[in-house]
Design a protein around this ligand. Structure first.
Ligand code: ADP
Ligand code: MG
Length: 765
């Protein structure tokens, strides 16, 4: 009897094996074929909704033959046979071209019969058609007994098919494989199957292809999802375990150190979440193996101070901490605010420095050579307990005296390799690592995408935060709303507050489209209809659109011709000469020289600029509590999570925040996303929305290569409970049996998965 690992050919025959090898990534073994699950199931007698078909799709539909007609071709020998099929409402034309008469086909396609028809959808003279489809008539009295069995079932599996092989041909091969294969083992440990009442492996594989009814199918699917979740979680648990076997210098808290001083003088009270996260991190740092923790939290939840307290604990234990920021603006801001929060505690060796103090160094790619030399020296000598920087910190010649902790702010800009590069910089053992997310993501996603990290969440905001009122400003339909928006900005400024105006594009000298960006800044009119143009957001050398972040700039009305996105330079000029004349405007974007950027940010933080016209360079982390209003131009060109992140810049002080999402997008999908942002301030909910709109593979692929191939049925968002259970079970199993000595089938399944990942990785490289 063939096993799952055996080749398909002897089981399904030469011809079918050849065709199956063209499907997906190539079905070559019995296991490959049985792992090729139906895309959906047709209920016998229930016809496919034909209105849902789209041109270019390869489809398999169940429909009833309504009429058949044939005519000779006009200019050539041969005939055209047309069969019209229906779902009871709409129709679809099946067209067959024949060299001669096609009487045999006409006899076969009897009106009233139901059948499955498979082919590529196209439109011809306004009619939907399938040209030369594959046909399989249902209940046409096929005498063969295997077929009869097929017809006895209510549910017909519909497989993702291709032009070379139709769905029911795949089903035929599956039937042959199921009838002969011998499945004895089960990758899922028996105690787990028992605990959760799961189907055995053989039964699940059979039922996913040939379910008796919907219940049967659901149970099969559930069991096979377990396989996917569990195998993945076992791999991740193994990786976490390996990392705990690395050595790190323990950095236990020291009484009467800088941290204690800092806590005593903290101007606010930590939230319960901050305290709890602090304790967890403190305990991690005291261990003799490296911490690998993800700290994720709502925008404005105060992650920085939690990280800083960890850094100070390491400093007290005679080590150094590095803080890695994704942009120069953010690195500079961290340097400023951390130096300020520490005050005399950051002034070791200086006049006015505290007795127990350290120093904070800043290292960026663009600073002057004198400043840079000083920072490098402070890092290497150990006199700087905290070194803050951009990816310049990763460079080879940057050395630390005793690097104990790496904090990575706004994770999604940094890849796994970059984390590794920093890890190599510890003198002894490995440093502890704390990663912070820019955008909160659902826990199951975090557990999977950052599965080698432990996850800690900050869900509450510090007390006294004012809500941010968010409104959509439909500039095309309601021009006076836009006037009102600028009026609101003027009011904020009149009250001594500040505002951001965010645009998707830099413009001006910085790009070739200078001067062409039309759009409506001041008053609304019809949008220009020039197609193309840049879209989404650009910034800072890290291209936000493809950094694995959550950009949806191009979702929605992809077909709508669009003018170029509004640009900082043009908007600033128009505001200065129009609605915001006499206000102090500043301009900030990623292509300004670094010292200029810093100067602008400083001036804004210092209240010398009323309104900052900027790109998404302020998206992450920027913290100016006096800023209360934000107007986001062309808001539909940003992703949901990005908008949430952006508006997190206002309402940070005691004053209520206001965020206006200006858009010319017509009511539709793009507008719904904006409405969603306006309707909730829950970042976790919004990131779910973002994730729901992306394909699963993109979510996984963004962070780690390969993983997409292993998830066929599991969806991270809908199967949260299952994933949590699987993670717990995996953790327990690896704790008790790290090498999986007692689980040979599970070990084999994992080896196969890792092989496939490696193969995919090599292919990409
Ligand atoms: P995020 O989590 O988005 O990175 P930050 O760390 O930038 O947020 O914190 C936002 C602001 O909240 C900062 O100005 C910080 O000083 C302040 N903050 C942090 N924790 C508290 C707290 N417990 N009470 C009051 N303000 C706080
Ligand atoms: Mg932050």
């Amino acid at each position: 009897m063939p096993k799952l690992s055996d080749p398909l050919r002897p089981v399904v025959g030469d011809k079918a094996a050849k065709r199956l090898a063209t499907l997906g990534t190539g079905l070559r073994t019995v296991g490959d074929l049985l792992g090729y699950y139906p895309r959906r199931y047709e209920t016998r007698g229930e016809l496919t909704d034909l209105a849902g078909l789209r041109d270019g799709e390869h489809v398999t539909v169940q429909a009833m033959i309504a009429s058949v007609s044939s005519r000779p071709m006009r200019n050539r020998r041969g005939s055209i046979l047309e069969a019209v099929v229906t779902d009871g409402h709409g129709t679809l034309t099946l067209t067959f071209f024949g060299k001669g008469r096609q009487d045999w086909r006409e006899r076969q396609l009897v009106p009233g019969l139901h059948g499955l028809f498979s082919g590529q959808v196209s439109t011809f003279r306004g009619k939907r058609q399938l040209a030369h489809p594959e046909c399989e008539l249902i209940g046409s009295g096929a005498p063969d007994s295997a077929k009869a069995a097929e017809f006895a079932s209510e549910l017909i599996p519909i497989y993702p098919a291709s032009k070379d092989i139709a769905s029911w041909q795949i089903a035929d091969s599956v039937r042959l494989a199921l009838a002969s294969v011998e499945i004895d083992g089960d990758p899922l440990p028996a105690q787990i199957r028992d605990r959760y009442g799961l189907y055995g492996y053989a039964r699940a594989l059979s039922a996913i292809h040939r379910p008796e009814d919907m219940r049967d199918k659901v149970r099969a699917e559930h069991r096979l999802k377990w396989d996917e979740a569990f195998i993945l979680q076992v791999v991740l648990a193994q990786r976490r375990r390996v990392s705990t076997e690395y050595i790190a210098l323990p950095r236990p808290p020291v009484e009467g150190g800088v941290l204690d001083e800092f806590d005593r003088d903290l101007p606010f009270e930590l939230t319960a979440g901050q305290r709890q996260a602090g304790q967890t991190i403190s305990a991690d740092l005291a261990q003799a193996h490296p911490m690998h923790r993800l700290l994720q939290g709502e925008v404005g939840s105060g992650k920085t101070v939690v990280a800083l307290r960890g850094m100070l604990q390491v400093v007290d234990a005679a080590g150094q901490a590095a803080l890695l920021a994704p942009t120069e603006v953010l690195a500079q801001q961290h340097h400023r605010s951390i130096s300020q929060m520490l005050g005399p505690l950051a002034m070791a060796g200086q006049l006015g420095g505290a007795e127990r103090a350290t120093r904070v160094a800043l290292l960026t790619g663009s600073q002057g050579s004198a400043a840079r030399r000083r920072a490098l020296l402070e890092a290497a000598s150990g006199s700087a307990g905290i070194v803050i920087g951009t990816h310049a910190l990763l460079e080879e010649h940057v050395q630390f005296a005793d690097l104990g902790l790496i904090v990575i702010d706004e994770q999604h800009r940094f890849g796994v390799e970059q984390r590794e590069a920093l890890r190599g910089k510890a003198a002894e053992g490995r440093p502890h690592v704390l990663v912070m997310t820019a955008t909160p993501i659902p826990r199951t996603v975090a557990m999977t995408v950052f599965g080698d990290l432990e996850v800690t969440e900050l869900t509450e905001l510090p007390a006294g935060r004012s809500p941010i009122a968010t409104h959509v400003v439909p500039a095309a339909e309601k021009p006076h709303y836009l006037d009102r928006a600028w009026e609101r900005v003027r009011e904020e400024v009149a009250n001594g507050r500040q505002a951001y105006v965010v645009c998707p594009r830099i413009g001006g000298d910085a790009d070739a489209d200078a001067g062409q960006a039309g759009g409506n800044v001041l008053a609304a009119g019809p949008a220009g209809s020039r197609a193309g143009g840049p879209s989404g957001a650009e910034e800072e050398g890290f291209d936000i659109a493809d950094d694995g972040g959550f950009d949806f700039g191009d979702l929605g009305d992809a077909e709508r011709p669009r003018r170029p996105a509004l640009a900082v330079a043009d908007v600033a000029a128009k505001l200065q000469h129009g609605p915001l004349a006499d206000r102090r405007l500043g301009v900030l974007h990623g292509r300004l020289p670094p010292d200029e950027k810093d100067k602008v940010m400083l001036a804004f933080a210092d209240g010398q600029i009323d309104v900052l016209v900027t790109t998404t360079v302020v998206e992450v982390g920027v913290d100016v509590p006096n800023a209360t209003a934000m107007v986001i131009m062309d808001a539909d060109r940003f992703g949901v999570s990005q908008l949430h992140q952006l508006r997190g810049r206002v309402g940070r002080g005691g004053h209520p925040g206001l965020c206006l999402l200006v858009t010319e997008a017509p009511v539709g999908r793009a507008r719904e996303r904006l409405d969603a942002v306006a309707a909730t301030q829950d970042g976790f909910a919004l990131s779910r929305l973002d994730l729901e709109q992306r394909r699963e593979g993109d979510v996984l692929g963004a962070a780690q290569a390969g993983r997409r191939s292993s998830l066929k049925l599991l969806t991270l968002l809908k199967d949260e409970e299952l994933i949590s259970q699987a993670r717990q079970e995996a953790e327990e199993l690896i704790g008790a049996d790290p090498a999986l000595a007692g689980q040979p089938e599970l070990a084999a399944a994992i080896a196969a998965l890792l092989d496939a990942e490696r193969a995919e990785f090599l292919e990409k490289a």
